[in-house]
Ligand binder design. Sequence first.
Ligand SMILES: C[S@@+](CC[C@H](N)C(=O)[O-])C[C@H]1O[C@@H](n2cnc3c(N)ncnc32)[C@H](O)[C@@H]1O
Length: 205
Amino acid sequence: MSAAGGERKAYDRAYFDRWYRSPRHRVRSPAEVARLVAFVLATADHLLGRPARTVLDVGAGEGNWQPVLRRLRPAIAYTGVDRSEYAVRRFGKRRHLLLGDATALDALPLRGEYDLVIASGVLNYLTRPELRAALGQLAARAGGMLYLELFTAADDLKGDTRFAARASADWLRRELRRAGLVGGGLHCYVRREEQWRLAEMERTV
Ligand SMILES: C[S@@+](CC[C@H](N)C(=O)[O-])C[C@H]1O[C@@H](n2cnc3c(N)ncnc32)[C@H](O)[C@@H]1O
């Protein structure tokens, strides 16, 4: 990944202390994370027409969604993937995180499909070729809903905004369509074969 300036970002302990634990810098409070996770899980259940049972969280970081999902659904099978050696070393066992890359999920021992595929706070950090590859890999693992956070320069963001240049909405829509994804709004997507799960007026991309 290239941050502004072309350096590879370090997702080390200091990074997570700053953006996740420091009340001054963190992007979401624990209450905001809890609300977001509850929204995503309930929306996946709604689209599936049953409780989501399997979750793949790509770019999971320290796996901070895992305990929240577990509280909401104790039997949920959660797998996180992240390329931060720090995060996987520290939280991998406890939160079921695998060391790996969003662009190469095929290299990991994963299920064929998951009821819910998450990429929260990660896709904007990828270069365009990486993002294109990651969208294909994420779509291939989706057996229900995908929650994919993607932002453009028009969005006012707080937190670590040292992105590779943000792509335009047109480019992102083209890439999402190329990956075979159909949007339902609020960063939620389904695979094109599953678009019957969304009413025509719900569809965005
Ligand atoms: C801002 S954190 C987001 C963590 C978590 N998903 C969340 O919502 O809080 C970005 C994470 O993406 C991971 N990451 C960046 N590029 C990645 C890639 N190509 N494959 C897998 N993980 C990646 C980083 O290691 C980091 O842990």
